[in-house]
Design a protein around this ligand. Structure first.
Ligand SMILES: [Zn+2]
Ligand SMILES: [Zn+2]
Length: 344
């Protein structure tokens, strides 16, 4: 198969023919039709994850099942599918309770095994982890769900439990941030979007953000408090000490913060303003994707047209172009989502 190959951490990425992955028991082999490029891919490339080399990145995808391993009962060749980026084992207490996103034996395509920046990808424990794509939903839209969109959906619903007419501060207007804006508006919330990139803020406004604030070094929490008295919910969709603090300090008393952007402990653990968490009795949540079991509610909103993840896709590129873009993805300032067609 043709795939994007990482030979070493932080090195240049190439595209070439490699052997197709072996089909494990309980797993399926999928022909990739669309796959999203995400900041998490950059984290893996930069060495923030434990990966075995050579490696194929990519963890947000949609495609068609072409072969099923022994023991798979729910899926067959020809099925249109996607999967969350966390593959639960399917057998532990967390998976059996529908929480595969925190499975202790989890695997992740593009991290623990070869991912979807290739013509073919394997998904383990398919009966637990695959999601059928409704006929009306395109491969590109479905590929947008697996990581950022589903994570935003679960952050707002399963974690922050956003109610209609509540204010949300969304720090970061990249893929996950724009997903959060779209979903918060669909849930009846009011949104302040924050980003350093004015193009990204333009995209957030187009998706219905009630206010946008440029992160230009000015006091973001003070501006949020002036506009709203502090928001009920805050989401850090970037993952830095600054964005985490800006989001958390934008909350009103008893507010709920959800940390979505990854905070790798590269310079020691990031400092978080816990004094405010204590004094204002703030709730702080983590969010780690969403299990396949929770997809039906989100897919119903997509099928009905209330949510349109395809609107977040700004460009579709081939594998070679993606190989050039990935190493500079943390600073590339690309608005919206980038989708890869691995057949290009
Ligand atoms: Zn499990
Ligand atoms: Zn991702």
């Amino acid at each position: 198969m043709r795939a994007m190959i990482m030979e070493r951490i932080g090195g240049p990425l190439g595209v070439r023919e490699v052997p197709a992955p072996a089909l494990p028991a309980g797993g399926v082999l999928i022909s990739v039709a669309a796959t999203g490029l995400c900041r998490s891919d950059w984290h893996a490339w930069a060495g923030h994850d434990d990966i075995a080399l050579p490696h194929v990145p990519g963890h947000e995808f949609a495609g068609i099942v072409i072969a099923v391993g022994p023991g798979v009962t729910k899926w067959a060749a020809g099925d249109r599918v996607t999967a969350p980026f966390v593959e639960g084992c399917g057998a532990c207490e967390w998976c059996l309770a529908g929480n595969a996103q925190v499975c202790p034996q989890q695997q992740q395509p593009g991290f623990t095994h070869w991912g979807s920046f290739a013509e073919l990808v394997v998904i383990h424990a398919a009966d637990t982890n695959l999601v059928a794509i409704p006929e009306k939903v395109s491969f590109e839209a479905a590929a947008a769900l697996g990581c950022r969109f589903a994570t935003a959906y679960r952050a707002l619903t399963g974690r922050a439990r956003l109610a209609a007419d509540e204010w949300v501060t969304v720090v970061g207007a990249g893929g996950v941030g724009l997903s959060t804006v779209m979903i918060a508006k669909a849930l009846g919330g009011m949104v302040i979007a924050v980003d350093r990139n004015t193009d990204s803020l333009g995209a957030a406004a187009a998706l219905g953000a009630d206010h946008v604030l440029v992160a230009d070094g000015s006091d973001i929490p003070a501006q949020v408090h002036a506009l709203t008295g502090g928001t009920h919910v805050s989401i850090d969709a970037v993952g830095s000490e600054q964005t985490c603090a800006d989001a958390l300090l934008s909350l009103r008393r008893h507010g709920r913060h959800v940390q979505v952007g990854l905070l790798p402990p590269v310079d020691g653990h990031p400092r978080v303003p816990m004094a405010r968490v204590i004094a204002w009795e703030l709730d702080v949540f983590g969010s780690h994707g969403m299990a396949a079991a929770d997809y039906p509610g989100m897919l119903a909103l997509i099928e009905s047209g209330s949510l349109e993840p395809q609107k977040l896709i700004e460009r579709v590129i081939g594998l070679s172009e993606a190989a050039g873009l990935l190493p500079r993805f943390d600073t590339a300032n690309v608005a919206g989502m980038t989708m890869i067609d691995p057949r290009r």
